[in-house]
Design a protein around this ligand. Sequence first.
Ligand SMILES: C[S@@+](CC[C@H](N)C(=O)[O-])C[C@H]1O[C@@H](n2cnc3c(N)ncnc32)[C@H](O)[C@@H]1O
Length: 130
Amino acid sequence: MIPPNDYVFNLDPVRIPQKYPGKKYFKGPNAGKYSCNPLGKNPGDLWIIPNVKSNHVEKTEHPCQFPVGLIERLVLSMTNVFDPFLGTGTSIIAAVRHNRKGIGAEIVRGYVEISHRRIEQEIKERYSVR
Ligand SMILES: C[S@@+](CC[C@H](N)C(=O)[O-])C[C@H]1O[C@@H](n2cnc3c(N)ncnc32)[C@H](O)[C@@H]1O
């Protein structure tokens, strides 16, 4: 069993902008110092990320595809990826985008083919000479 405190959580790569970035203490012992983290705040429990609807740029024929941005936040804050319900390969795209290893399993051959196409496209764009 994994001890409850033995987990990975990398907060800095997933911070979101503060409501008042650059705000500093006005008085008191911390006057002049930042009153909140200049790298941004914790994304919290409610994540507002548009879902993949019909006119979304990432949309494929899959009926319940996740947005890459959602998985990127998980990949960045946690670790390498194993996705046993791969669908269109969104989780592996997020892994490739952030130099993580990723493996997945998918039961529908057509979705595996879509995954291959999307992952190959991501690798090509990421490692092409610019
Ligand atoms: C919610 S979808 C995943 C969508 C994916 N996150 C994406 O962005 O494309 C769940 C997927 O799990 C697949 N699936 C269901 N049962 C499975 C099984 N026993 N083994 C592998 N894949 C399975 C389904 O075919 C479906 O594509």
